[in-house]
Ligand binder design. Structure first.
Ligand SMILES: [Zn+2]
Length: 478
């Protein structure tokens, strides 16, 4: 299998691979698409974030058919092997094909995610012989850093009720649902007092952690929540506990594996440890089948000039003990699928303010509303400030989809039984669904492997077949 630049989708994949296009660096590739649209006489829109929408009119006989929105993101994740010299700001990707017919980039991510979708749209726009309804080809930016480009789109731009996302699925599978997200930041201004007592710290260690979309249903321990539980046990038993510091988690979308909570107290270390042991043993028992490496210890820590008084300390720890966390709902339509969850991802103190960064995911907006509301009410009761950022909607599973049936029939004729895949993660599909509630959605993409790593590769034979299938789907959308 060679990478045949006479095929339009290969030609355009090669073209965009010459243009550096990491997230937040999409202007050049965006301008390339604009120049392409101008050259072909298509009307287009380029917004202030460099998202581009190119309009291709319906082919003859399709003038009355419902338009179709095609969509892919232009940005790519920039990862490289240590031993490779590559500047993602200026260097083109070094494409090559291996003996098995997979396309790679030498030592770097390939950007098949989602260059394959971008190349498909350019190929379709470039081919006047194709039959299809009016097309709106949407090229988004900053997908990889929180779907930010898609969030910036306006519903007024779109006139279609049918949408094909070219960023998810594989040659024989289409996605049927994704979750929305919202980042909730709760914070509380701290009032310190001088500290004269010895300082101890609760250390939570040995947890597995993992991505908060893919792993939230696995009953994994959350280090921040568990540290709060141990601290609460101490506060219940000793009335002089004064919070000094609280630090846990690395990323809002990862289940935190470690946390350190330090406090001052005149209680002897042995008594603190004996009291904490009862709750630590209970947690070990709870996690013995899901997170068996869990351990917690109480140790002497560095002394501190200041601490929070016992009342403030109690209030903060109690807040952390009552906030909802983890899986809230799973799908009753798709076995095993998480559809609503919270992840208390990061906690830290900065400039005398305690921050908790919590990520909420939900396929249904109303589930998201419930969780946001719970955190909002508890924040008010416990004197925390509350803020919701970067909210985007999910795509709830719908039993009926005409587009899905068209794809199913196209694949069936090729002898492929179409699979349906689902994720608790976020897709740009959800944002389009939020803008256009009665949107019919499918996702379709060729087989690729190792996305977001230098091992990323694209199956060229699948790249060809999937393109043919996509063109056939468009033809049947009369
Ligand atoms: Zn992608």
């Amino acid at each position: 299998m060679e990478f045949d630049l006479n095929k339009k989708h290969c030609f355009y994949f090669n073209e965009i691979s010459q243009i550096p296009r990491g997230s937040r660096n999409e202007k050049a590739v965006s301008d390339y698409v604009v120049e392409f649209a101008k050259k072909h006489g298509y009307s287009y829109l380029q917004d202030d974030m460099f998202n581009v929408i190119v309009e291709k009119p319906a082919s003859v006989g399709y003038e009355d058919s419902e338009p179709i929105i095609l969509q892919a993101h232009m940005d790519m994740v920039c990862e490289k092997n240590k031993d490779i010299e590559h500047d993602f700001e200026s260097d083109p990707l070094q494409l090559y094909v291996d003996e098995e017919g997979w396309l790679h980039a030498k030592g770097t991510t390939l950007g098949a995610d989602d260059g394959m979708g971008v190349a498909y749209m350019l190929a379709i726009l470039d081919d006047k012989s194709l039959e299809h309804p009016a097309l709106q080809c949407v090229f988004t930016v900053m997908e990889e850093i929180g779907l930010l480009g898609a969030i910036n789109l306006k519903k007024e731009y779109f006139h279609g009720k049918r949408y094909i996302n070219l960023d998810s699925g594989s040659e024989d599978a289409t996605s049927v649902t994704s979750s929305g997200g919202a980042r909730v930041i709760v914070s509380r201004k701290l009032r310190y007092q001088p500290c004269t007592k010895p300082v101890y710290s609760i250390k939570i260690r040995g947890l597995k952690g993992g991505h908060s979309a893919g792993k939230i249903h696995m009953e994994l321990g959350n280090a921040i929540i568990l540290a709060s539980r141990v601290a609460n046990k101490l506060i219940e038993n000793f009335d002089d506990i004064e919070l000094v510091d609280f630090n846990g988690g690395m990323k809002f979308n990862a289940i935190p594996r470690e946390a350190d909570l330090s406090f001052a107290s005149n209680v002897k270390l042995e008594d603190l440890q004996a009291c904490a042991k009862t709750i630590i043993d209970q947690i070990k028992d709870e996690l013995k089948y899901s997170d068996e490496g869990f351990d917690a210890m109480i140790e002497i820590a560095e002394s501190s000039q200041r601490s929070l008084d016992p009342e403030q300390s109690r209030s903060i720890i109690e807040f952390m003990n009552v906030i909802p966390n983890g899986l809230q709902h799973h799908s009753m339509a798709i076995p095993g699928l998480s559809v609503a969850s919270l992840n208390a991802g990061v906690i830290y103190i900065k400039d005398d303010i305690l921050f908790l960064d919590d990520l909420i995911r939900s396929a249904l907006p109303s589930h998201g509303d419930i969780m946001i509301n719970q955190l909002k009410i508890l924040s008010r009761v416990f004197c925390f400030d509350f803020e919701v950022n970067d909210r985007y909607y999910g795509w709830d599973y719908s039993k009926d989809s005409k587009l899905r049936e068209i794809l199913r029939s196209v694949l069936k004729e090729k002898g492929i039984e179409m699979k349906e895949s689902s994720t608790h993660g976020g897709l740009e599909c959800g944002i389009f669904k939020g803008m256009i509630p009665d949107l019919d959605i499918i996702t379709y993409a060729p087989n690729s492997y190792g996305e977001h790593t230098p091992d990323e590769k694209l199956d060229l034979a699948s790249f060809d077949r999937t393109y043919e299938n996509l063109v056939e789907v468009l033809k049947r959308c009369k």
